[in-house]
Each structure stands twice: as structure tokens, then as C-alpha cells.
Design a protein around this ligand. Sequence first.
Ligand SMILES: *Cc1c(COP(=O)(O)O)cnc(C)c1O
Length: 420
Amino acid sequence: MMPQRFRMLPPSAAPLVPHDIMAGLLGWRVGRETLETLRQKLQVRFKVRHVFFSTSGRAGLSAGLQALRALNPERDEVLLPAFTSFSVPSAVVNAGLKISLYDLHPETLTPDLASLEKSLNSRTLCVVACHLFGYPLDLRSLREMCRQHGAQLFDDAAQAMGASINGKLAGTMGDVGLFSLSRGKNMTAVDGGIVLTDRDDVAEGLTALVPEPVGFNTKHVIESLMLLAMLRPRAYWLPASLPFLNIGVSIFDPVFRVESLDHWRAGLAGSVLQRLDALNDGRRKVAASLLSRLDKLDEVCAIRPLPQAEPVFLRLPLLPQKGAWPHGRVPEIPELGVVRSYPLALQDIATLKPHIVGSGSCPVSALLANNLLTLPTHSFVEDADMMAMTAVLKEIFKKADNIADWLPGCSRHTIMENKV
Ligand SMILES: *Cc1c(COP(=O)(O)O)cnc(C)c1O
């Protein structure tokens, strides 16, 4: 057996199995029909009229935004949560649009509708809602608010494929929706995106995602094989230690091509889709166990799903009960896949600033960027790992029980007061 020190949990993992590789190979052999089969499976599963595929989630988001823009040429602002994946603003800038921001509630990561409504205006093309960490949002009131302002709703379920609330599936609650097939999402085809819509006019505008004939790309096969091998806890230290792989890093990069998915990845996706429910069930079990353990820790506060929600727990986010961590340091434990989330609120990304309109401040998003810690929920997480996670967290607070040592970060009360 390998020494324990080589064991390292990836922060997120939707593992591939050898059968997926075979399906990728078959997909490549069969060609165009592979995309068609996958499209039909998704139309049935998500009860949606139109399904398109893209080379990445951000490419799908960009294509969807461009389709909405073509229908509303006088509107060019896209409202984003100030705390989300940097892929989201990357897509907006790629689509040639401007960004406006809204804040979130710290307890639930749901949109702060008061902050959001202030930024809605006659230039707002659409609002993007993100079901972060697989916690589904109930988008009914937001949808109504959008309608009143003539704006569209983009249901970004890149982190919540399979989640639902009040019987409504994440990704299908807006004018157009998105899933991501990137590494670290609910299910993966190494990379890829899925765009869904019930609207014929939006579907007609998604021309960039109409499949073109594509050749065989050896790189895709090698990447798939690496992913198959490398996510395992005894192998993950290797890719994790290679900084040029940028593993787990969210970057703002608006330069990418918007194209349809290739047949290899469509084949992979079709195979992995059959395991989506099992992957999500597994994450729910780990999350339930983590939540009950965290309940016993007074110093931290796990983010809870909304009532009526069927979350898929891509990761388990938590905050320090007092609003800031001892000494202002987020206690990451890389060996256990315990890592921070997005390190900056969107308003604080320097290269994004020229693209942001409006001056709405989003203090909760900044606080989340500074303090949110996330625990892994994937199938490689074992009982002993969870025990180790809670033990480390407990230890951090025990060592810092002199409150005077804490940095004067804002308490949860200050957050609430600052918000409205
Ligand atoms: C991952 C993600 C996307 C799409 O990202 P890609 O890496 O380009 O697939 C979009 N929105 C959110 C919220 C995401 O987490």
C-alpha cells in the first residue's frame, strides 16, 4: 500500500470510468448521431424543447446571451451575482456585453432581490441566477421581477445539474438555461456545456452552436484518460502539485471560441449522464453526514438549502459563525479537499472593472469571497476524512479561543445591517 501521505482528496470530482472512454470512442465513430442521441435524452430528462451543446459552459453562456441580445438589441447589460464562478463574467464580456452586479444573502446564497432590483433598468438584457454549490434557487419571484422590467432570466445551473425545487429543475426555470460538463461539475465530459430553452426564438438565435463537422482530436482522448486516472485520492497529489495545470483555479478570461461540442465528448457525456443520479445521491449522502457533524460545531455555520429544495451538493459551503476566521485566515486543508471558494467578488477583479457599469456595492459577496470555506462531497470522501475535517476545524477555534486575537472582520450582525 502507498504511504498515507500520498493520499489527497480533490476538491471536486465527477470520476470517469473505463466504460465512459469506450462510449467516447463509440461517439467519435458514430459521429453526428451521437449529439442527436444525447440531445433526445436530455430533452426527455429535463422536459425541455431545445437542447444545444458547446465546447464549455462559458461558451454556452456566451451563445445564450448573444441569442437574447439579437432579440433585444437595445439592451446590453447583464446582471450577475457578485459572488460566482469567473466563467460567468468571462462569458458576458465574450458576448460583447456589459456587467452589472447584485448581492446575495449570506445564510442561503440566494439573490438579494432588493439589491438586484436597484440595478434593473431599461438597458438590462437579462439577469443570470446561479444555483451555487448545487443548492437550487426558487426563481419564481425573480422571474416575475424580470418580466416587469422587460428583462430575460438566464438560469445558470452549471453547478446544479439534477437539482430541483418545488418540482422545478434547476436550469429550466428561466428563458434559457445552462449546465456545464467541465471537470469539477456534477458530471463531466472533461469540458463542455449544455444550453436549454423552451423558446423557439431563442433556439433560432443559437446558430453558433449548430454542430459543424469536427475531426478527431487526440488531446481530448488523452485528457479523458488523465481524468480517469488522476482524480483518485492516491493519484491526485500529482496533478495538484503541477501549478501549470491551474487545477481548481477560477480565472477571468473572456477570450475563447463559441462552438458546438465534438463527438468524443458527446459520447462521454451520454455515458456519464446515466450515472448522474447515482453521483448526486452519493454527494447527498456525504453532505448529510457532514451537515450532522458540523451541527455539533458551534463556531461554524453550514449554508443550508432552502425548504422544498432537492439540492445536489456539488460542495458543502460554510462560514465562520462570527463572520470571520481566527486571524482572518481561511483554514484550507488541501490534503482533504477543503478549500476556499472564489477568492474575489467580481467587483474586485481588476481586469473586469472596465466592463462593470453601475456602482452598486456588494458587501456580502466580498465577505463570501473572504470567508467561505467549502468541503468536498464526492464519492472518494470517506468517514475518516470527514472526521479529520471536523477535528481540524475544532482545533483551529480551540487555539484561537482568545477572541481578542481575532481580526476585526465584520460579524454576521454587521453584514445584515449593511445589506439593505
Ligand atoms: C462552471 C460554471 C460555469 C461554466 O464554466 P465552464 O468552466 O466554462 O464550463 C458557469 N457558471 C457557473 C456558476 C459555473 O460554476
